[in-house]
Design a protein around this ligand. Sequence first.
Ligand SMILES: [Zn+2]
Length: 180
Amino acid sequence: MALRKILTYPATDLKKPAQAVANIDGNINDLVTDLVETMYAAPGVGLAAPQVGAHARIIVLDVDHDNPGKNLIKLINPVIVEKEGSIVWEEGCLSVVDYTAEVRRAARVLVKGWTPDEQEIQIEADELLAVALQHEIDHLDGKLFIDRISRLKRDLYKRKVKKWLRDGVPLEAKKPAVSI
Ligand SMILES: [Zn+2]
């Protein structure tokens, strides 16, 4: 399998909503494997298919960096079916280089989806896993965490990226702090 290139803001592909997976075939399984490898290599606690330019509703997550693989989650067509409470978390993203910001999300979520071996599963989550699930599912809808912060903060970040691009700063070299 292969590591895929992670797109970074302002890549327009990140804004495209992903399509539901109609058939879990070999291509989808290859994509899932690549997403997992790319996530661990980055490293990040989550990765969504649109971040590598694939517009399929697939996310992978592993919030337990002390035991990589043990709590690996691979979800196809994930949907949030219940949410409650609220939590503020300092988020970062592999596709938003060199930036973190506090984002308010639901504190607990119940997410349903499919595994690559076609089992329907549901996941109850709180803390970082709840945040990461919501963050990754946002990617499937073409949304980044910077779309959930104040316009002022977002504009400051956008200006910073424009300046980096103007100055020829290679964005790939900028490591994100915390990466979901
Ligand atoms: Zn992200």
